[in-house]
Design a protein around this ligand. Structure first.
Ligand SMILES: C[S@@+](CC[C@H](N)C(=O)[O-])C[C@H]1O[C@@H](n2cnc3c(N)ncnc32)[C@H](O)[C@@H]1O
Length: 222
C-alpha cells in the first residue's frame, strides 16, 4: 500500500506501524544489509570522539534499529529516539539500552509539547520522511533543531542508481499492485514483495542512504 495522496493517509501511518510492530524486526532481518546500511548512514555523519558530549535525535526510531546504529557509532552520546507508534516503541524499549538512550512517544511534528527540544548535534531520520505529511517542512524543522554545523542523515531507499531495483520498482508499479493484497505493500513491510518475486535475499534493490541530503543541514526538497 502506498502512503500519501493515493494511499494510506499519512496520519494513519503510525497506526499501521502499531499493527505491524510485533513482526517488524523479523521482517527487516530478512533484508540483507538492513542494519549494516543504517550503521553506514550513522557512520557517514562522522560524529567525533564516539559522540562524547553530543546530543543525537533518532527521528522515527521504530523498534530501535536506527537507534542501535547511532549507538554503535556514537556510544558516548546522549540519544533521544522518537516515534509516533507506541507499539513500535514498546518493542524498542524491551531491548537492552544504556541509560544514555531515551525513547519518547511523539509525532515528529510535535516534539516540543512532548518535552523534546534542540539543539541536537546530529539527527538520523531513517525511513521516516516518506511517511510525514510535509517533508519539506520537516526538513526545515530538523534544521531548526540542529545546532550550527550539526549533521542530518536522511536514510531512505532509492532505486535511481540500480538498474535491477528500477526494474523491480517498475514491475511493482505496473503489474503487482492490482494482483496483490494491500497488506503486501504496507508501510510496515517496506521490503515486502509480492509472492511471485524473488525472496529478499536475492534482491539487489537496496541502497543505503542515497537520499543523504548533506553533511550540514540545508532545507531540501525531497
Ligand atoms: C520504516 S519504520 C523505520 C524505523 C527505524 N528508523 C528503522 O530504521 O528501522 C518508520 C517509523 O516511522 C514512524 N513514523 C511514521 N510517521 C511518523 C511521524 N509523523 N512521527 C513520528 N514517527 C513516525 C513509524 O511509526 C515507524 O516506526
Amino acid at each position: 500500500m502506498s502512503v500519501g495522496s493515493s494511499g494510506l493517509p499519512r496520519r494513519d501511518v503510525p497506526g499501521a506501524f502499531d499493527a505491524g510492530a510485533p513482526a517488524y524486526d523479523r521482517m527487516v532481518s530478512s533484508n540483507p544489509g538492513y542494519h549494516a546500511h543504517l550503521r553506514f548512514s550513522a557512520l557517514r555523519m562522522q560524529l567525533p570522539d564516539h559522540g562524547r558530549g553530543q546530543r543525537l535525535l533518532d527521528a522515527g526510531c521504530g523498534t530501535g534499529a536506527s537507534t542501535a546504529a547511532l549507538l554503535a557509532v556514537a556510544p558516548a552520546a546522549e540519544i533521544i529516539a522518537v516515534d509516533a507508534s507506541s507499539a513500535m516503541l514498546d518493542v524498542a524499549r524491551r531491548k537492552s539500552w544504556p541509560a544514555s538512550v531515551r525513547f519518547v512517544h511523539s509525532p515528529i511534528e510535535e516534539l516540543a509539547p512532548h518535552g523534546v527540544t534542540g539543539p541536537f548535534d546530529a539527527i538520523l531520520a531513517a525511513y521516516l520522511l516518506r511517511n510525514v505529511a510535509d517533508p519539506d517542512n520537516q526538513l526545515r524543522e530538523f534544521r531548526r533543531l540542529l545546532r550550527p554545523g550539526g549533521k542530518l542523515a536522511v536514510h531512505e531507499y532509492s532505486v535511481r542508481d540500480s538498474r535491477a531495483a528500477a526494474s523491480t520498482s517498475r514491475r511493482l508499479r505496473g503489474t503487482s499492485r492490482s494482483k496483490s493484497s494491500p497488506a503486501a505493500f504496507s508501510p510496515t513491510r517496506p521490503n515486502c514483495r509480492p509472492p511471485s518475486w524473488p525472496p529478499c535475499s536475492t534482491s539487489t534493490s537496496w541502497a543505503p542512504a542515497k537520499a543523504w541530503s548533506s553533511m550540514s543541514p540545508t532545507p531540501t526538497s525531497m
